[in-house]
Design a protein around this ligand. Structure first.
Ligand SMILES: [Zn+2]
Length: 424
């Protein structure tokens, strides 16, 4: 009988030591007990502190007297098999002559985290691979807030470690957010293909906040910034990074010209339709598309044969693509002047309006030949940002949205590292 009990006990001891190894903890910490709760599907690992060991102040690292133990806390750890696993411990508090009563560091978690470093690292990788927060929450057996908290902590860690050294080209861009005309603005590091910052609004103040994402010294080294032709971002750049050349983004220019073609088509279609002519019906897509599928090319060629205002507007839009292919600013200027003269002789009011707008901004269009940058990086993040937007919710909606964009598009180094005491 006694032999059986001893065997039981030694098996128990082996299991406990085994958990200690799995957790990667050692003296003066030790696993005291491991309980398997089959009904709740949980493993609880109780960790204790060797009472005879010295305690060290987390602020200064000096050995000091043990004050007491903090109340018991729980940390979520990596699952053992399919069982949700938690570590429970009461952490000793030291009384440092200089820093007062402090809770000492534990080797399995960062300060103030409810998760072990191992769990948090796995969670970050799972969240990164998931399309939605709900999916990540399911996989991790966490609630939605728990996942968002891991995201927030990961981003905070990543931003602290982030280097912006060498950032020479910045993109400022607006994205719609929420219902109606609400916007957020994002700053990207164009060469690094990463999002630097996200702020609410799309005016000058928003643009200035974006610039402040870079430390002043780095900000003063930015050579050029890509942006739309709105006054806000340009004014923000003059205020915060006056040395940076402003380069109006060619995607925005293309959009203005596309809109002009579309408005011309709509007006012309209305007029033709009133005369019983439906030539332009269902052709919207043909005029806006850059490269037409083969099946559509013949019918589009026929449309171009007819003397339509829409076709002339379209031709001006297509011609303008050549602007970006000019070899330098002087050639760009010559091309633009010729293009504009031709547009102004036409009776295409919408295209003429765009030509005037472009003329007003010509200086910052010609900068493209010195710094051929665009907001392609920001455009490239659109589908990811759309998915995040659809998934963003809750009271802190904008802040959650910002932190998730930085999490997925910021290229941050976000994994927690084991506290130093772990290696001692
Ligand atoms: Zn101290």
């Amino acid at each position: 009988m006694q032999a059986v009990m001893m065997e039981e006990q030694s098996r128990e001891e082996t299991a406990v030591a085994h958990y200690g190894k799995l957790l990667g903890i050692g003296k003066p910490w030790e696993v005291r007990a491991a309980r398997l709760d089959l009904i709740r599907g949980r493993v609880e690992i109780e960790v204790g502190w060797d009472e005879t060991a010295a305690v060290v102040c987390p602020e200064c690292g000096k050995e000091c007297a043990r004050h007491d133990h903090a109340p018991e806390r729980e940390w979520r750890h990596l699952n053992v098999m399919q069982f949700l696993t938690v570590i429970r411990a009461r952490i000793p508090r030291c009384r440092c002559p200089e820093h007062g009563v402090k809770t000492i560091r534990v080797p399995w978690a960062e300060k103030d985290s409810r998760f072990t470093v191992h769990f948090e690292s796995l969670a970050i990788q799972i969240i990164d691979a998931c399309r939605s927060l709900t999916q990540a929450a399911d996989l991790l057996q966490l609630d939605w807030d728990g996942v968002q908290r891991i995201v927030d902590r990961a981003v905070a860690r990543g931003l602290l470690r982030r280097s912006t050294e060498g950032v020479r080209y910045v993109g400022l861009d607006e994205k719609s957010f929420g219902r109606g005309q609400r916007y957020v603005s994002i700053a990207t590091d164009i060469k690094g293909a990463r999002v630097l910052e996200v702020v609410p609004g799309n005016d000058q103040a928003a643009g200035e906040s974006l610039w402040r994402a870079l430390p002043p010294e780095q900000r003063s080294k930015v050579e050029a910034a890509a942006m739309d032709m709105s006054a806000g971002f340009a004014a923000a750049t003059r205020a915060q990074a006056p040395q940076a050349a402003i380069v109006h983004d060619k995607f925005h220019v293309a959009k203005l010209l596309n809109d002009a073609v579309d408005q011309t088509r709509r007006a012309e279609h209305q007029q033709l339709h009133a005369e019983g002519d439906d030539t332009l019906k269902n052709t919207r897509y043909l005029w806006l598309h850059g490269q037409l599928p083969e099946a559509k090319q013949a019918s589009f060629a026929e449309l171009l044969e007819i003397n339509l205002k829409t076709a002339r507007a379209w031709a001006y839009k297509e011609q303008f693509v050549e602007f970006w292919a000019q070899t330098d600013a002087a050639q760009g200027f010559a091309f633009f002047s010729q293009w504009k003269r031709s547009v102004m002789r036409s009776r295409l009011t919408k295209v003429k309006a765009v030509a005037k707008t472009l003329h007003q901004h010509l200086t910052n269009l010609l900068t493209y030949f010195m710094h051929p940058i665009t907001n392609a990086v920001s455009e490239g993040f659109n589908s990811r940002i759309q998915a995040i937007k659809a998934d963003a919710r809750g009271f802190r909606r904008f802040l959650n949205y910002r932190s998730r964009i930085l999490f997925h598009c910021g290229k941050l180094n976000m994994l927690p590292v084991l506290p130093e005491s772990a290696s001692h």
